[in-house]
Design a protein around this ligand. Structure first.
Ligand code: FAD
Length: 235
């Protein structure tokens, strides 16, 4: 039977509403941005957490959506990555209109089941992501690296094209060199007309994911990706 070393639990933080100020907006993929928020009083979050983000229009109309948290440190900074759904209500605003200095509200940290903490288990960890679903898994991989946790960590990541890799400075190099956390990228081949064609990678991903789940502690997350390709935000 597996011997499990449980890390000390971070005291459960009661989720609250906070006012966040946008401190950085940068293109993440052709359809997504990375948002860095300054949030005074934010208690930090465990890797895998998410939050609710609320926008309020000048006429008082409000819209709230959930976003995974890419950062897991304590302190007043939150990193998000938002993909634009061209026919969506909130994501096009976040991707195209949000500017440094803008304010919005966040409620969190949320989520208690989809979490990874250093020392949680001695079983290897297999992360399986599609598109922006890599965001909470990136937080887990970063937390694993920061803690020098000895448990093997692997990421199996499905994206449409190499440009659709989130956090590519961290994820794609490890994909190329295979260093820890070792990463495999499955992807469709881009067609000359700008569309894409399945190369069977989704089926391979699904088969490989099923076999990995038998031995590893698996976390899988996929969020619907944009179906068309607007031009890069800000360009
Ligand atoms: C826990 C969690 C974590 C998440 N993390 C991330 C993340 O890290 N990054 C990220 O980009 N996204 C994430 N999401 C998704 C995010 O919450 C939003 O769903 C996404 O940004 C789309 O919001 P939107 O307002 O642009 O689209 P919406 O306006 O909500 O529309 C979504 C889709 O539904 C369709 N739709 C809307 N209304 C109707 C209707 N009445 N009838 C039929 N179809 C309709 C729209 O056409 C669109 O295709 C997460 C979701 C959850 C639950």
């Amino acid at each position: 039977m597996e011997q499990t070393r449980l890390a000390p639990l971070r005291p459960r933080v009661r989720p609250s509403w906070f006012v966040a100020t946008v401190s950085e907006v940068r293109p993440e993929t052709p359809t997504a941005v990375r948002l860095v928020l300054d949030v005074p009083g934010w208690p930090g979050s465990e890797a895998g957490s998410h939050l609710d983000l609320r926008l309020t229009a000048p006429d008082g109309y409000q819209a709230t959506r959930s976003y995974s948290i890419a950062s897991s440190e304590t302190g007043g900074t939150i990193v998000l990555a938002v993909d634009e759904l061209p026919d969506g209500e909130v994501s096009p605003f976040l991707v195209r209109e949000l500017r440094v200095g803008d304010q919005l509200e966040v409620h969190g940290p949320l989520g208690s089941f989809f979490l990874w903490r250093p020392g949680q288990s001695q079983r290897p960890v297999q992360l399986i992501a599609g598109g922006s679903g890599v965001v909470p898994l990136y937080a887990m991989a970063a937390s694993h690296a920061a803690a020098s946790d000895p448990v093997p960590f692997r990421l199996l990541y499905s994206v449409r094209t190499p440009e659709d890799v989130y956090f590519h400075q961290d994820v794609l190099p490890s994909c190329r060199t295979g260093r820890s956390p070792s990463t495999s990228c499955t992807r469709d081949e881009r067609q000359p007309d700008g569309g894409s064609r399945s190369d069977g990678s989704q089926n391979r991903l699904s088969r490989r994911g099923r076999s990995l789940r038998k031995t590893a502690h698996a976390f899988s997350c996929a969020v619907r990706q944009a179906s068309s390709k607007p031009s890069r935000p800000g360009s």
